[in-house]
Design a protein around this ligand. Structure first.
Ligand code: FMN
Ligand code: SF4
Ligand code: SF4
Length: 252
């Protein structure tokens, strides 16, 4: 079983590649939440994976919520691993995951960080298309090494440092308390295709008179809507107007 969450496709791609290599079922945590599917049967010898992006050196709120609700029969002989895709640094996500899973009776056996294209368009400009392609090519070697390790129930990356734990502790609350939607809007390039409403994992977008309206005060800040809009009409304040967009080829 491979549970994943993904805004712009990096984590979906990693989850699918792992499935191709080691088999099993890929489960979208956002879809499972929507259907209130929290109970999963596991058997001795199973591998259980959690694949998702790092947000503010921590977990996307939806992943934290899903793990909090998950119900599994526990057995000692399962191999639980997690792969966190990121731009560069995932802070102490390994620690946070270990603690969250322990509360569910699951022992996190292996944790891996996988740098891919950074999609954090709220904060800075993204790589251009050529750079994005190169970054994805560079990520392949690391992904292969992770898949090889998972296939033999291998060991984790080195654990996060004291500094990384401090970083997560200081920065993650900014995300948890923030995540506001009030700066989102669609400019007049919007072609009313409805994609943003359909893909929003927080159900925070509703089409009103052919234009998206953000109907919740907070969302996951997954950047799917802003990056995947086919005409780049979605903005977050003024700063994103001239910034590049990013969508992993698996979603195109
Ligand atoms: C809200 C938000 C916060 C992020 N925080 C981090 C971070 O702390 N460290 C990092 O290396 N990348 C960070 N990123 C970049 C993503 O983790 C990275 O691009 C990830 O691979 C995206 O995965 P996805 O395509 O599956 O959504 C952040 C992205 C977003 C949208
Ligand atoms: S994805 Fe873009 S074009 Fe489509 S409805 Fe949303 S804002 Fe409009
Ligand atoms: S509104 Fe946009 S950024 Fe927020 S959860 Fe929905 S798709 Fe993601």
């Amino acid at each position: 079983m491979i549970f994943y969450f993904s805004g712009t496709g990096n984590s979906l791609y990693a989850a699918e590649r792992i499935r191709e290599q080691i088999g099993g079922r890929v489960i979208d945590m956002a879809e499972a939440m929507e259907k209130s599917q929290y109970r999963y049967e596991i058997e001795a010898g199973d591998r259980i994976g959690f694949v998702f992006p790092a947000y503010y050196y921590g977990l996307p709120t939806i992943v934290k919520e899903f793990i909090g609700k998950i119900e599994m029969n526990t057995t000692d002989s399962v191999h639980v691993y997690s792969v966190v895709t990121c731009g560069a640094n995932y802070g102490a996500v390994d620690r946070v995951m270990k603690k969250l899973l322990k509360e569910k009776g699951l022992n996190l056996s292996a944790f891996y960080g996988l740098p891919m294209v950074d999609n954090f368009i709220f904060g800075y400009d993204l790589q251009n298309k050529v750079e994005q392609e190169q970054t994805l090519k560079n990520a392949e070697g690391r992904l292969r090494a992770i898949m090889k390790s998972i296939s033999v129930n291998g060991k984790s990356d080195k654990p996060s440092t004291f500094f990384e734990r401090m970083l997560t502790g200081a920065v993650y609350p900014i995300y948890e308390k923030g995540r506001k939607t009030r700066k989102f809007y669609a400019d007049n390039r919007c072609i009313s295709c409805n994609l943003c409403e359909e893909i929003c994992p927080a159900k925070a977008i509703e089409m009103v008179d052919g234009r998206p309206k953000w109907i919740k005060e907070q969302c996951i800040h997954c950047v799917a809507c802003i990056n995947r809009c086919p005409v780049e009409a979605i903005q977050y304040g003024q700063s994103t107007k001239k910034r590049n967009r990013y969508v992993h080829p698996i979603l195109k």
